[in-house]
Design a protein around this ligand. Sequence first.
Ligand code: CU
Length: 187
Amino acid sequence: MSTHAHAPHAKVLGLVLLTSLVLTGCSPLQPSGRSSQADHAAASVAQFLASRPASRTAVLKLAAADGNDNSGYNFDGYANGQLVFTVPVGWTVEGVLTNSGMMPHSAIIISQQAQQTYDVSTPVFPGAETPDPSQGAGMGQAQHFSFVAAKPGVYVIACGISGHDADGMWDTLVVSAAAKAPGVTRP
Ligand SMILES: [Cu+2]
């Protein structure tokens, strides 16, 4: 039984605030007249992802409990698979998990089948989990992991703390045979 109440109003407010920030931050009325839209798009991607093409490495920035979206059960403010990272097959993926929340969080890459039963016990690729994901990182802590995205497919980045995956604390990782570079999409 889950003890944390979900707060739909907080979620809606968060979305409104986020939208306001995006609209304000990306105003076309820039004094410089330079392509502010592209600059903001690049800055936005950098918030989630870094790419090192020379070493074929993608760095996923997973900020756990980033704001109140989904009652704090989110990565980078997103939950229920809505944030979608794409990585070319064969690239190395480095994960950086940071935790702003009061309770512990972690990250583990699992298959979609495992996610359907909230089985967060085994990563789908060797090394695709933060250390001891059932215990997680405490508030203010950072944890790292690294793995090779060896097989194309759609996978789940879940929190391994008991109950958090079921509460929607998961996002999506696409390992793509077609993609030439890492990317991220969101609603
Ligand atoms: Cu969690």
